[in-house]
Design a protein around this ligand. Structure first.
Ligand code: NOJ
Ligand code: CA
Length: 538
């Protein structure tokens, strides 16, 4: 993972930083591995599984927030940015994790949550202590409208008003997420100053960079104006105009420029990954003096033209000759993609084909824990759900617990070997049949398939150009060439044949090659071919 030399098209050499083309793996700390059998994942649990991750073939991990937190939003409500939640371990455990990861040449990204703190953060507690406390200026406190309603009509991402009342002063405070997550006022210089300290803190502890939570939201429009109401095209009812920008103010770029200057003082390169999904906004952030990456989320319904469009939109969102998207299908906020793709054996077949399609593209890849096991969205009984999204919607939204159920490690063991105690979210019956050890021994398992594709990708890395060419293909099929790699995916529910040169590197399910230069692709399948190497290939 040292930077290595590449030759540009004109023969010039440049150094490629470790993260270009890297495969990242998101760890949802509470659900990954539990070292002390209390039913809750933790940092020593992660350390104990680093060999597993190395064996999987990834380059870096991103760990979701592990700070002290009342856990009103899975740790995205941070009470202390400079410590570790005792449920998850200690600062020494973090250092040990980083050291072990680095020995294995794995990088470690920390999740930074700059948009809001927990209501338990000392700043907010001080702010609540008196109506004239100076800490109030670090949040958004405002008076009600003359009719007594909240200061404006902005809505929380979890439903309901984005304002809650501070009973003591009668004023209201802003929270774009849960009421326990008051938004910081980035216009107040104390806020950017504090975050520069936090950024340095974890880099000094060995972190290789950050995933930045709601990265475009830090500054709110200064006039705090109501969102105009427009007619919803689907329901015909009045609804807030989402085109009216309340976040994404130009000042946010100065913050990332300042952070970049800090990161530039560290060697080897440290990275900033912004949680920004809108491709049309990304080119303002992914710049040499700001962020390195944002997420290219592919969640189109299964269909060749929809997937091609989604891929192309993201490819065009990445400016410059060497920037390339960071492909993502799942994370801790989304329904697991095997389920999105139809579930069961069909969902898993499509997920394999989708992996081949995305892994062959130029760019980085972000995997979410458990996708290598083909996990589906779990059905969590309503009384055991914990997500504020579920709770605040009064049960209308299923919430995100179904993708956060702990990982199954061992077949035949209680709680699938995650913990001797009942896990913090219950596992579905039979979850252990998907366990890591069960899949490791089965040649046609999802886990073995992921390892195979990741190993091939690593072998090809550096040999493949950043450009790709879409090739003519029957409707419902996508075929592209990227240097000597050809990728073909059949989205149809029936078998098709496509012309194909070269040697089959990997296929799912294993594919039959016709002798007359045609590849047979069963329903929902994909293949990688070496299109220049001839029979012995790459
Ligand atoms: C995005 C995170 O991924 C999500 O889990 C969280 O609820 C919100 N940001 C608020 O921090
Ligand atoms: Ca634990």
């Amino acid at each position: 993972m040292q930077p290595y030399e590449l030759k540009g098209q004109g023969g010039e050499a440049w150094t490629r930083p470790w993260w270009r083309g890297a495969v990242f793996y998101e760890i949802y700390v509470r659900s990954f591995a539990d070292s002390n059998d209390d039913g809750i994942g933790d940092l020593p649990g992660i350390s104990s599984k680093l060999e597993y991750l190395k064996g999987l073939g990834i380059d870096a991990i991103w760990i979701t927030p592990f700070y002290p937190s009342p856990q009103k939003d899975g740790g995205y409500d941070v009470a202390d940015y400079y410590d570790v939640n005792p449920e998850y371990g200690t600062l020494a455990d973090f250092s040990h994790l980083v050291d072990r990861a680095h020995e294995l040449r794995l990088k470690v990204l920390v999740d930074l949550v700059p948009n809001h703190t927990s209501e338990q953060h000392p700043w907010f507690q001080a702010a609540l202590s008196a109506p004239n406390d100076p800490h109030r200026a670090r949040y958004y406190f405002a008076d009600a409208k003359p009719d007594g309603s909240p200061p404006n009509n902005w809505e929380s991402a979890f439903g309901g008003s984005a304002w809650s009342q501070d009973k003591r002063s009668g004023q209201w405070y802003l929270h774009l997420f849960a009421p326990e997550q008051p938004d910081l006022n980035w216009w107040n210089p104390a806020v950017p100053r504090e975050f520069e300290r936090i950024v340095k803190f974890w880099l000094d502890k060995g972190a290789d960079g950050y995933r930045i939570d709601v990265a475009s939201a830090l500054f709110k429009r200064k006039d705090m104006a109501d969102r105009p109401m427009v007619k919803d095209p689907l329901t015909g009812l009045p609804s807030p105009d989402l085109k009216f920008k309340i976040i994404d103010q130009p000042e946010v770029h100065d913050v990332y420029r300042a952070w970049r200057r800090i990161l530039n003082q560290y060697e080897p390169a440290r990275v900033l990954v912004g949680e920004i999904f809108d491709p049309s906004r990304q080119s303002r952030y992914i710049l040499p003096d700001q962020l390195d990456m944002a997420f290219a989320l592919v969640r189109a319904p299964w269909g060749a033209s929809l997937w091609k469009r989604s891929i192309e939109v993201d490819r065009h969102a990445s400016p410059g000759p060497i920037a390339a998207p960071s492909w993502t299908q799942s994370n801790h906020d989304l329904i697991r993609h095997v389920t999105r793709l139809g579930g069961g054996s069909m969902g898993r077949a499509r997920a394999r084909a989708a992996l081949l399609l995305l892994m062959g593209l130029p760019g980085q890849v972000f995997l979410y824990q458990g996708e290598e096991l083909g996990l589906e969205e779990a059905n969590v009984p309503p009384e055991q759900r914990q997500d504020p999204f579920y709770i605040r919607s009064g049960g209308k939204e299923a919430g995100r617990d179904g993708c956060r159920v702990p990982l199954p490690w061992h077949k035949g063991q209680p709680n699938a070997g995650f913990s001797k105690a009942a896990p913090w979210l219950p596992m579905p019956a039979g979850w252990d049949s998907l366990a890591v050890d069960a899949q490791a021994e089965s040649a046609d398992s999802m886990l073995v398939f992921y390892k195979r594709v990741l190993a091939l990708r690593r072998r090809l890395a550096g040999m493949l150009p950043n450009r790709l060419k879409w090739c003519p293909a029957p409707e419902g099929v996508l075929v592209y060439e990227r240097g000597q790699l050809s990728v073909a995916v059949n989205f149809l529910a029936r078998q098709v044949e496509v012309p194909a040169r070269g040697r089959l590197l990997v296929g799912s399910p294993p594919l039959v090659r016709h002798q007359d230069g045609k590849l047979t692709l069963p329903a929902n399948s994909g293949a990688w071919l070496d299109n220049v190497g001839g029979p012995d290939g790459l």
